[in-house]
Design a protein around this ligand. Structure first.
Ligand code: SF4
Length: 430
């Protein structure tokens, strides 16, 4: 979501006539887009912020904009006192405060309409930042903003606000314009993406939106994330199975493999529900090529998580053999129910131990799953050249590297897998 927000800020600044600066000290405007989903992310944001203070002292004319979840939606009074050198504070996904600040004395604003016409972007379209236009193959498109679920560990509800869906017409216009600029794949984003359209009585829901996007010529692949086990239903899976452009990769976090922990997290489903869901995903999407992949998220060391409860999570991961597990160590986040009412009583050392156990388990599982791809043929969409090798993804979102003198950017090509590891594969063009 932050990648998408940053693209929108870049695009907005370019409409005002700004261009990317090669070095921080050459910039007229610095936007620090922040994440606070875990303490480590917040620490990183704060350390960047401290690093900007001397820059502002040396170049007082520079405009510093602090944006994102560190600011949140509820005002920035405390941050203003703490960081007086910051000129503009803005909530996630909101470029308006920066635009208002920059344009208060400006008369020469490059009109969006003029630029859109020059680039033949239809009304409602989204102009990619200059350095990505014609180069970006896979784009993120936010479709649901905010989240109202309020899981007890999660700060998103307090920082990104209540859930609301973007109108379908706006999303479709945006995707069309992205395709005009060279994009071949879009990933629809929402904290609970399956809830798309629940607040729009005339619809469509996510399945309906996928159907409409599927009709866009030139768009080759569609993905969506993140799903929630309570909302990813059979109707949606049927549409994924039916539409060839919708990729067979599902991101559906379980967070814990123990029912008491899940209840304390207020996730709204049980371990048994999750097992049934994985079975349903696999059986519904079994005819997709090359099969289906599933990614999950897990938090270790949630308040009160005992060794036995952790081992339930370990067993779940071992049993289900999912393709990817994004692992995190619990850290209390401000305002959340867990931080206010539950003691953070699993030591850091223990959190790390649990994290590493899951990490090494998952490394083995992912290695084995990927090894089954060896010598097989798959279709890969190539996204970029990384130090002389082309990087792309299979429909199941596996990372594939190919050495080729050809320009493969934006192409979908058949490859034969020649090497596999837990995190990536190598292949040769067929
Ligand atoms: S559903 Fe996801 S984003 Fe929403 S509160 Fe729970 S963890 Fe946070």
């Amino acid at each position: 979501m932050n990648v998408a927000d940053s693209q929108r800020i870049s695009s907005t600044l370019e409409r005002l006539g700004y261009l990317p600066a090669a070095r921080l000290q050459d910039a007229d405007v610095v936007v620090l887009n922040t994440c606070v989903v875990r303490q480590s992310a917040e620490d990183k944001a704060l350390s960047w912020l401290h690093a900007l203070r001397p820059l502002k002292q040396q170049h007082p004319g520079i405009v510093i904009n602090l944006m994102g979840c560190l600011v949140g939606i509820k005002g920035s009074e405390k941050l203003k006192q703490r960081f007086p050198f910051v000129d503009v504070f803005s909530a996630p996904s909101d470029p308006e405060p920066l635009v208002a600040y920059l344009t208060q004395n400006e008369s020469q604003i490059l009109e969006q309409k003029e630029l859109q016409q020059r680039l033949n972007i239809q009304d409602g379209g989204f102009l990619l930042p200059l350095n990505e236009r014609g180069k970006l193959v896979s784009a993120y498109v936010p479709v649901v903003l905010g989240c109202s679920h309020a899981c007890t560990f999660c700060v998103i509800t307090y920082r990104r606000g209540a859930e609301h869906s973007r109108p379908a017409a706006e999303i479709i216009a945006e995707v069309r314009s992205l395709v005009q600029q060279g994009v071949r794949e879009v990933t629809l984003l929402g904290q609970i993406v399956d809830r798309y359209g629940k607040d729009i009585p005339e619809g469509p829901n996510l399945a309906g939106l996928l159907r409409r996007l599927h009709q866009i010529d030139g768009l080759e692949r569609i993905r969506f994330l993140t799903s929630h086990p309570g909302y990813l239903n059979s109707d949606l899976l049927d549409v994924v199975a039916e539409l060839p452009k919708v990729m067979p990769h599902i991101e559906v976090p379980v967070q814990a493999g123990d029912n008491e922990v899940l209840e304390d997290m207020r996730r709204g489903y049980t371990v048994e529900d999750y097992y049934r869901l994985v079975e349903n995903i696999r059986s519904t999407l079994q005819n997709k090529t090359p099969g289906v992949s599933i990614a999950t998220d897990i938090i270790v060391g949630f308040p009160g998580e005992s060794e036995a409860q952790f081992l339930h999570t370990y067993d779940l991961l071992k049993d289900l053999r999912l393709d990817v597990a994004h692992l995190a160590r619990y850290s209390p986040r401000p305002d959340t129910v867990a931080s206010r009412h539950l003691a953070d009583d699993v030591s850091e050392q223990e959190k790390w131990r649990r994290f590493r156990l899951l990490e090494s388990l998952q490394e083995g599982i992912a290695g084995e799953i990927n090894a089954a791809y060896l010598h097989s043929q798959v279709e890969v969409l190539f996204e970029e050249n990384v130090r002389g090798r082309w990087k792309g993804r299979t429909p199941t979102n596996k990372l594939v590297f190919v050495e080729s003198e050809e320009n493969l950017l934006g192409q979908i090509r058949s490859v034969q897998i020649s090497w596999t590891g837990p995190w990536s594969m190598q292949a040769i063009l067929i």
